[in-house]
Design a protein around this ligand. Sequence first.
Ligand SMILES: [Mg+2]
Length: 304
Amino acid sequence: MKILIAEDNKISRKMLEKVFEGHEYEVFSACDGDEAWKILGEPEHPRLLILDWMMPGITGVEIVQRLRERPDGHTYYIMILTSLDTPADISFALDGGADEFVSKPYHADALRARANVGRRIVNLHTTLSEKMRMLEEAHAIISHQAATDELTGLYNRRFFNENLCKHLGAAIRHSFHISVIMIDIDKFKSINDTYGHSAGDRILKICADTMRSQARTEDIVARWGGEEFIILLPYTNLEGAAVVAERIRIALASDCLVGSSIPVTASFGLAELKEGEDTEALLRRADRALYRAKDEGRNRVIPG
Ligand SMILES: [Mg+2]
């Protein structure tokens, strides 16, 4: 392990270096506080430090205070080595953030044994923070997967429902408009039957990408299941939802043709939240409008 020794007295510094050299330590030496602080500013600097208290420039205790205030995320084990040894001195150094206080003169083996304790603690913290980082990464991946439809990369039905409840609650409380668009790819079964399921999957993905790019940033675009999609439009009335739906309808009818060489259209059912309605009633109206769009010849937007 890397260890920083900061001591302004040359002979004392050489003696300290000897205590650690050849004992699984890589020694970094500083002849005063300023040099020590410079070393601590380099990447991959030592985390285990032995600092003389009294040094020209920055003192050992000042380095401790600065390091403790520095938000670099590293764990340090800091030993203050000094000829000061009153209880007030010890309290001052330890309360200031030092981990260990060693009075001069010291015994070489005892000093190294104390440093070994510091090494264990630094290693333990490093391992723990690495594990913590991996856990956080895993958690981010799991959260993303839990909210995402694997095929299309859109939000999934569960995420949509959770957010529908939240947004509906807020819309009712603050009297905001809120609308949903239900979308069904027209004659998807025949696409699957004619071109195969992998072509069908590709179509779903292209449609999903088109919906996401044509929707607005604040809209929540989700795969409802199979070839059905749903979009939540916060702060949007029926007319506003119709504009978004029409834009997607036109883009789907042209984009999918380009992206897949298979002609694709979709039908759209819209609903804006009415007073006294819950999520189920809202979705039911959008669904009914979607069925009407199908009945009336598909590839159209029908407000519920
Ligand atoms: Mg000194």
